[in-house]
Design a protein around this ligand. Structure first.
Ligand code: UD1
Length: 386
């Protein structure tokens, strides 16, 4: 991005939990070039609970947001609309040269749309991922954000193909690798020092027990009583064999209460009060976990069960078997080259795939190209050389 007379003024936009670990390496890389960039961090407030937001700022060394929009929860239209209204005021006042958006959440699309209409250039980090499932709100956010972005930074070659197939000009597409992997590689050593395994009684005398880690929050898995109930039953069965640890998203906890499924689980507010051997008949559900402890739990697990996007990538780089409780993925490279397998949400299929992992050695696969901790460096290089 040429700006000969002065620094490039960048507005970084974050809103929800999976955004924070993507923006941190970019901000840190840009801060090495104070003569080239001035940076402003905008937090839309889509996620606002301490465990969903502030704890990630602390763990990732992110500065406090310069601008907090405080939009909170709502329907998709309410949330997207509120971000647009508030972000437009800031865009007009700050007049940045570039707005950087990451991932596929409602805040991503809202900020990109506002910037584009204010004639501010937009860079989309993690462009081109497609599940080809338009029932997912994230898929709509991805398609529309890509359409109006000026810089499309991709994590894998199939994303480049998707963008070209949608008629996006080749010179806007930059294959730079995966900033989420920059973050996990940077924090893995710190995660090795985490106490969470000891706290949960999963590490005794240096040995680590076999356990499974699960996360779940997609509407297709948690909004319907029968589906959510079926997954919880499968997890309870698995818990008879190995402890199942479930740090739950607030929306999942709400749905468990709404569907009156709380008798099928133990809700434990405090990680220290868990005992792996005493509660076998029901899985234990905990509040959301901070970034460092979560990496520790993920990297020592026998398997991870999830419907998250980013966790499919993180388990790939960690070499941990991952069962994705969805019928599709926008990250097929984690299946082709990583440890990921799509299993849907049928309880019997989930259980038989989990048994398969317990009983058989899972082959390690290789890391995808450019998932090497240097994606942010490549992004900054593109922005300073264009
Ligand atoms: C959002 C993203 C999803 C991402 C996920 C990660 C969209 C469309 N979806 O989904 O892509 O994988 O974040 O977490 O943007 N809530 C709280 N406290 C919070 C945040 C949310 O209680 O700090 C509750 C709210 O009641 C809200 C519900 O969780 O209604 C859902 O939050 P929302 O931001 O709408 O989407 P997510 O399901 O978190």
């Amino acid at each position: 991005m040429k700006n000969n007379s002065r620094k490039i003024k960048v507005l970084h936009c974050v809103g929800a939990r999976p955004n924070f670990m993507k923006i941190a390496p970019i901000m840190q890389e840009m801060s090495k070039y104070p003569n080239n960039f001035s940076q402003i961090l905008v937090h839309t407030g889509q996620h606002y609970d301490k465990e969903m937001s502030q704890s990630f700022f602390n763990d990732l060394g992110l500065p406090s947001p310069d601008i907090y929009l405080g939009v909170g929860s709502g329907t998709h239209a309410e949330q997207t609309g509120k971000v647009m209204i508030e972000f437009e005021k800031k865009g007009i006042k700050e007049k940045p040269d570039l707005v950087i958006v990451v991932g596929d959440v409602n805040s991503t699309l809202a900020c990109a749309l506002v910037a584009s209409k204010l004639s501010i250039q937009v860079a989309h980090i993690e462009a081109g991922l497609r599940s080809f499932d338009r029932t997912m709100p994230e898929e709509i956010n991805r398609i529309l954000t890509d359409k109006i972005s000026d810089f499309l930074f991709t994590t894998c070659e199939d994303a480049n193909t998707n963008l070209l197939n949608e008629g996006i000009s080749k010179d806007k597409i930059h294959f730079v690798g995966n900033v989420m992997i920059d973050s996990i590689l940077k924090h893995i050593e710190l995660a090795e020092k985490s106490n969470i395994l000891i706290q949960l009684g999963l590490r005794t005398n240096g040995d680590i027990n076999k356990y499974a880690l699960i996360t779940l929050h997609r509407p297709s898995n948690v909004d319907y009583k029968e589906t959510l109930g079926g997954i919880l039953n499968a997890m309870n069965e698995l818990n008879n064999e190995i402890p199942v640890i479930f740090p739950a998203h607030p929306r999942t906890i709400k749905q468990i209460k709404k569907h009156k499924l709380h008798n099928r689980i133990n809700y434990i507010n405090n990680y220290s009060s868990y005992k792996p051997n005493s509660i076998k008949e029901k899985i234990s559900i905990f509040p959301p976990l901070n970034y460092i402890d979560f990496i520790s739990l993920m990297s020592n697990a026998a398997m991870v069960l999830t419907d998250s996007g980013g966790i499919q990538e993180e388990t790939t780089i960690l070499g941990i078997p991952c069962l994705t409780l969805r019928p599709n993925t926008e990250r097929p490279i984690t299946i082709k080259q990583g440890t990921n397998k799509l299993v849907g949400n049928d309880p019997q299929t989930i259980l038989s795939e989990a048994h398969n992992i317990i009983e058989n050695e899972v082959s390690q696969k290789k890391a995808p190209r450019y998932w090497d901790g240097k994606a942010a460096k490549r992004i900054v290089k593109v922005l300073t050389s264009k």
